[in-house]
Design a protein around this ligand. Structure first.
Ligand SMILES: Nc1ncnc2c1ncn2[C@@H]1O[C@H](COP(=O)(O)OP(=O)(O)OP(=O)(O)O)[C@@H](O)[C@H]1O
Ligand SMILES: [Mg+2]
Length: 403
C-alpha cells in the first residue's frame, strides 16, 4: 500500500506493508518537488504525473518493491466540511426504528450533501434525534414518530477529485481511496483519548493550513485555508528583494519566532541571487512573527465558527512542514491558549526519524489509512473498480463501517 501526499511544496510517497507479526511497517519513502499542483488544484496534468512518478519511484527504490495500490489526499479550497440533517417520518403513533429507517435518514442526508458539482469524500454520523430528543447515539430499536440524523460530511468539487484521480492513474497506479489530508493524519496521530476528550489538529503546510476538531470520539469540524509557510517565505522574499528559493533557504537556515529568536540579534551574510544579503535576525524574525500572527487570526476566525472550539479544549496538535519553524509550537500555544500535545506516530515500524517528521506524517498516515481500510469488510469499491464512477457506493460502503 502506498500513501501519496500531494502537497503544495512537495510530493511524498510512503510504501507500507504488514510484517509477519501483523505490524504495519514503512518500507520506503520518496520525495519529489511538487509540480503541476497549485494550492491543491491540478495546474498541469503532465507535470503532476511526472512528480507523482518521481516520488513513488524513489519510495520503490528504497523499499525494493513495486507500488501498486495508492491512497492519496485531496486538499485546497474545494474541500469543505458541513453538518447536514436528514429526516424520515416513521408513523404518527410511533414505532420501533429499524435499520432501514436509519439508512433512509442517512440517504436523505446524503442527497442534501451531494450536489451535481460536489462529490463525497468522508462522513461521520454525529448523532440521531428521535422525535425531539437530540443526542441519541444509537437509534436502532427505539420507539419514535420521526428520526433525524446529523451527518458531518466532507465533499470536494467533483472535477477536483477527477483531476487528482486521473494524475495518479496515468502515473500507472491503482487509486484505492482519496482522503482529506488531515482526516488521514489525525486518524494516525490521535489516540482514542485525544479524540474523546477534545483535540484540535492543525496541519500547517506550504500553501494550505487544515484544521480539524475531534470530540467524543469523532470528527466534529474540518476546514482549510489557503495560507501556510510559503506566505512566510514570500514575506522574506519581498523584504530582501530576493528569489523565493533564496528566501526559503534563509528561512530554513536561520529564521525563528521563539522568544529567544525574537530577542537575540545575530547578523549573517548570504550570497544569493548574485549579491550579498545581510540578514539581521531580529528584523526578519519579527517580520515572520507578524506574518505568522496574521495567519493565525485567519485560522482563528474559522475555528470560532465551530461550537466545538474553545480555549478550554484540553489539547491541540500541530503537524505539517511549517511546524518545523523554530518557535511555531510555542507561538500557537500562546495564541490559542491551549496546551500543545506533541505527537509521534505509534505502532508503526519505520526509521524513527520518519515517525516524528511532520513532512512525512501525511504520506505515512495515508498508507496506514489504506491498510486499515483493506482489513475492513464492505469496502467493495476499492479494488478493480473505477474510483471515479463509484461515488455513491463509496458513500454506502463508508456508512457500512458505522452501521
Ligand atoms: N526547517 C524548517 N523551518 C521552517 N519551515 C520549514 C522547515 N521545513 C519545512 N518548512 C516549511 O514547511 C512548508 C512545507 O510543509 P509541508 O511539506 O507540510 O507542505 P505540503 O504538504 O507540501 O503543502 P500543503 O500541505 O500546504 O499543500 C514549506 O513552506 C516550508 O518552508
Ligand atoms: Mg501537506
Amino acid at each position: 500500500m502506498t500513501g501519496l501526499d500531494i502537497g503544495t511544496s512537495k510530493i511524498c510517497a510512503a510504501i507500507a506493508g504488514v510484517s509477519p507479526d501483523g505490524k504495519i511497517e514503512i518500507r520506503g519513502i520518496g520525495l519529489a518537488e511538487a509540480k503541476g499542483i497549485n494550492k491543491g488544484f491540478v495546474s498541469s496534468l503532465d507535470k503532476l504525473i511526472d512528480s507523482v512518478s518521481t516520488a513513488v519511484k524513489a519510495a520503490e527504490d528504497e523499499a525494493g518493491v513495486k507500488a501498486h495500490n495508492v491512497v492519496t489526499n485531496i486538499s485546497g479550497s474545494s474541500v469543505a466540511g458541513k453538518l447536514n440533517e436528514g429526516l424520515v417520518h416513521l408513523s404518527r403513533r410511533g414505532r420501533e426504528i429499524t435499520r432501514r429507517d436509519i439508512n433512509g435518514a442517512i440517504e436523505t442526508t446524503k442527497n442534501i450533501s451531494l450536489t451535481l458539482e460536489r462529490d463525497f469524500l468522508y462522513c461521520v454520523p454525529q448523532e440521531f434525534v428521535v422525535d425531539d430528543n437530540a443526542g441519541v447515539e444509537d437509534a436502532l430499536g427505539l420507539f419514535g414518530t420521526k428520526l433525524k440524523v446529523r451527518l458531518y460530511v466532507i465533499t470536494a468539487l467533483a472535477t477536483h477529485i477527477q483531476n487528482i484521480s486521473k494524475a495518479v492513474s496515468y502515473a500507472g497506479y491503482e487509486l484505492t481511496d482519496i482522503v482529506p489530508t488531515l482526516v488521514a493524519s489525525a486518524s494516525c496521530i490521535l489516540r482514542d483519548e485525544h479524540k474523546e476528550n477534545g483535540t484540535l489538529v492543525i496541519d500547517m503546510g506550504g500553501g494550505i493550513t487544515e484544521l480539524a476538531i475531534y470530540k467524543n470520539g469523532m470528527l466534529r469540524f474540518f476546514d482549510s485555508v489557503n495560507v501556510g509557510g510559503m506566505d512566510l517565505t514570500a514575506s522574506l522574499s519581498a523584504h530582501f528583494k530576493i528569489s523565493f528559493e533564496s528566501a526559503e533557504m534563509i528561512k530554513r537556515k536561520c529564521a525563528g519566532i521563539s522568544k529567544e529568536d525574537l530577542s537575540k540579534e545575530k547578523k549573517s551574510i548570504f550570497d544569493v541571487d548574485n549579491r550579498h544579503v545581510t540578514v539581521n535576525s531580529i528584523i526578519i524574525n519579527n517580520l515572520l512573527k507578524e506574518r505568522f500572527e496574521e495567519i493565525f487570526y485567519i485560522l482563528n476566525d474559522r475555528l470560532k465558527s465551530s461550537e466545538f472550539f474553545s480555549d478550554s479544549m484540553p489539547a491541540f496538535m500541530v503537524t505539517g512542514g511549517s511546524s518545523l519553524l523554530s518557535g511555531a509550537h510555542e507561538s500557537f500555544e500562546d495564541l490559542l491558549n491551549i496546551p500543545i500535545k506533541r505527537w509521534r506516530i505509534e505502532e508503526i515500524d519505520a526509521d524513527p526519524s520518519y515517525l516524528s517528521n511532520p513532512v512525512y506524517s501525511a504520506a505515512i498516515s495515508l498508507a496506514k489509512y489504506g491498510l486499515d481500510k483493506e482489513k475492513k469488510p464492505g469496502r467493495t469499491y476499492s479494488r478493480g473498480k473505477s474510483f471515479l464512477l463509484d461515488s455513491v457506493s463509496r458513500m454506502r460502503a463508508f456508512l457500512d463501517d458505522y452501521f
